[in-house]
Design a protein around this ligand. Structure first.
Ligand code: NAG
Ligand code: NAG
Ligand code: NAG
Length: 187
């Protein structure tokens, strides 16, 4: 039975090695690949920062600073659309128009938007309800595997687009690109 035991340990060691390899591979898991921001009107907003930065091996942080010239920000609508790359990015699974004030007060009614917000909240100053009396800042936001463990994620390249309207005027948009690479297809 001693040999059986050795074999089991061997397998355990082997899966451990596989996990380490997956985790340390910078192409693995869930990470940002690009970000693009646009302010439609300089008189309303200006982008001081919209970039990805490598924070460590395989760790990519997102920084965004949109200076807002007309405060406070009150009524805000956001069109949130997910895309997946096939040949070119196509709308995929989620597209909705959100009243952001309503969303912030009743988050549980918007499961997908809430998942996205949970991912952003800790890294931004958008962590409270309206009105917003300040610039919009996201600082060193990182993605982690837990964020997609709750969502049906397939390996691939994705884009999430936020188009924002305040006081009835379209103000700008942010497009965030990410890669999901779990090493294996879960589905
Ligand atoms: C997404 O939904 C909005 C309305 O909520 C609509 O105007 C827009 O055309 C839709 N976009 C796509 C890509 O389906
Ligand atoms: C945000 O912070 C809370 C409290 O510190 C923590 O429980 C949660 O896991 C964090 N979420 C993310 C996405 O980092
Ligand atoms: C929001 O974030 C700021 C800066 O990170 C922090 O000082 C503040 O306590 C947070 N507010 C809430 C309601 O979590």
């Amino acid at each position: 039975m001693a040999s059986d035991e050795k074999e089991t340990n061997g397998i355990r060691l082997w899966s451990y090695v596989v996990i380490i390899v997956l985790l340390s591979d910078s192409n693995a898991l869930f990470k940002f690949t690009n970000v693009k921001c646009t302010c439609y009107e300089r008189s309303f907003c200006e982008l001081k920062l919209c970039e990805l930065k490598v924070l460590g091996r395989g760790i990519v942080g997102l920084n965004l600073h949109a200076q807002v010239h007309k405060l406070p920000i009150k009524s805000t609508t956001c069109v949130l659309t997910m895309f997946r790359r096939f040949s070119g990015y196509r709308p995929f699974l989620f597209n909705a128009t959100l009243d952001v004030c309503h969303f912030l007060k009743h988050r549980k009614r918007y499961p997908f938007a809430d998942l996205v917000y949970e991912g952003i909240k800790n890294f931004s100053n958008l962590n409270h309800t309206f009105p917003m009396q300040h610039d919009i800042i996201v600082s060193q936001m990182i993605l982690n595997d837990d964020m997609i463990s709750k969502a049906p994620a397939l390996n691939g390249f994705y884009k999430l687009r936020f188009v924002v309207k305040t006081d009835g005027v379209w103000r700008g948009e942010v497009e965030v690109y990410a890669e999901v690479n779990l090493g294996i297809d879960r589905w």
